[in-house]
Ligand binder design. Structure first.
Ligand code: AMP
Ligand code: MG
Length: 419
């Protein structure tokens, strides 16, 4: 019975459900704000301050009392005497009385009595003796009227003490680091980053930089996976290439256990070929939950654990490995990272051509465009699962449900936009 369950071809949704049920968010750690970009917030953050923290000027100019200047204009300037300079970073010491102004800089606190600021462009400082512009002495002509609050940033107009600023379980964006710094948060509590061990398997694989002999290919999956893992806020550690034999496969999987990987991600060697040792080793030394999923590309996808470490074996073909990652690995890694839902950009698009499928849930490489006020979808060309260029040219995966063998031109199709 158990044997049966393990060899069954299962649906994508069942596979995903079984897989996700064994992934749980990691614990938290404190990191300095400087290291917090892209880290996933563990707890929501409330402000214990008002922002701005004090009422201040939004312009370089003159802090004034609006009632003193309500008749001011270019032809009818109002004359005020300057009582103080208030640069940013200083506290005003003199409150304004009738017909008084303080010269104020952007970001400086507003003096007592002032209720508005006149930008310097609409003023002239002058020498009262000569009645000419001087820029130095203690009088200013105001050429503009003002309403209370003009060019003033009020305490708390952006944030109130106690406001919820950021919700937990999302990666921190640059602008969010900015507001955390405004709030004085030098450290934040984030989820630990998952550590993903990447293993490439196959006698034919050669690392980049080595010349290919007959029948050999470069290990490309490692690079694709490395970049996908990085995109998904996790750390990737490439353990290298192993040849197709049980001892080497066992040894490299053990080294993933040694480095305390949260997930082992291998590619190739999980199919039905006589040299597909990865699945056999996982079955022997750990547990295999499933290894065949009713999807295209990427039917041989294995999930289980090796010596207690979660293991996902992706197919070897580069496009299958990519699709397998998007469908299964991404949600799993995001869940470990504390992100409960995959932020996938989905669109319904109208097919501009007929699409054949084979009844498996299919993820086809396509191009989605906005034409004649609707989204249209077409394939990028040959869908062979080793053909990477058709994935490079794609901007979406077209998702064809299981049981569907063909979709006519003009029908709607679900698409996932690729980033
Ligand atoms: P397998 O799953 O071992 O049957 O491999 C399926 C196909 O994927 C074969 O053509 C392999 O050569 C190819 N393949 C396996 N691993 C990689 C890799 N790391 N990079 C690129 N192609 C690979
Ligand atoms: Mg192989």
């Amino acid at each position: 019975m158990i044997y049966n369950r393990r060899t069954q071809l299962i649906s994508v949704s069942e596979a995903l459900q079984r897989l996700l049920s064994s992934f749980h968010p990691l614990q938290s750690e404190m990191v300095s704000l400087a290291d917090a970009a892209g880290r996933v917030l563990y707890e929501g953050i409330r402000s214990d301050l008002d922002l701005p923290l004090f009422t201040n000027s939004s312009m370089d100019g003159f802090a004034i009392r609006s009632q003193d200047v309500h008749k001011a204009s270019k032809d009818n300037p109002v004359q005020l005497s300057i009582v103080e300079d208030v640069p940013a970073g200083k506290t005003p010491t003199i409150g304004l009385g009738k017909n008084q102004a303080s010269r104020i800089m952007t970001g400086a606190p507003l003096p007592e009595g002032a209720d508005a600021v006149i930008p310097v462009e609409n003023t002239d400082q002058f020498d009262p003796k000569t009645q000419t512009s001087s820029g130095k002495t203690g009088e200013v002509w105001i050429y503009q009227s003002a309403k209370p609050g003009d060019f003033v940033r009020h305490r708390g107009e952006d944030v109130h003490e106690g406001d919820l600023i950021l919700e937990a379980n999302a990666p921190l964006k640059p602008q969010e680091l900015g507001i955390l710094a405004m709030l004085g948060k030098a450290e934040v509590s984030v989820y630990r980053r998952p550590k993903i061990a990447i293993v490439s398997t196959g006698d034919e694989l050669v690392p980049l930089g080595k010349t290919l002999k007959s029948g050999q290919i470069h290990d490309s999956n490692a690079y694709t996976l490395f970049a996908l893992i990085k995109r998904d806020y996790a750390d990737a550690q490439y353990l290298g290439i192993v040849p197709d034999n049980e001892e080497s496969v066992t040894e490299i999987l053990k080294s993933a256990v040694d480095i305390k990987a949260d997930l082992i991600l291998s590619s190739a060697g999980v199919s039905v070929g006589v040299f597909d040792y990865v699945r056999k080793v996982v079955q022997r030394e750990g547990e295999l939950d499933f290894w065949r999923v009713n999807m295209r590309p990427g039917k041989p996808i294995a999930f289980g654990n090796f010596h207690g470490v979660r293991f996902i074996g992706l197919p070897g073909n580069p496009v299958s490995a990519f699709v397998g990652y998007e469908v299964f690995v991404r949600p799993a890694i995001l869940k470990l990272s504390g992100i409960p839902r995959v932020p996938r950009h989905k669109l319904k698009a109208r097919l501009v051509e007929e699409i054949e499928s084979d009844g498996r849930e299919s993820y086809l490489r396509g191009i989605v465009t906005f034409e004649n006020s609707e989204w249209s979808a077409r394939l990028t060309g040959h869908q062979g699962s080793g053909n990477m260029l058709s994935l490079v040219h794609a901007n979406a995966l077209l998702v064809i449900p299981s049981g569907v063998k063909s979709l006519a031109a003009g029908m709607e199709v679900d698409t996932w936009l690729l980033e």
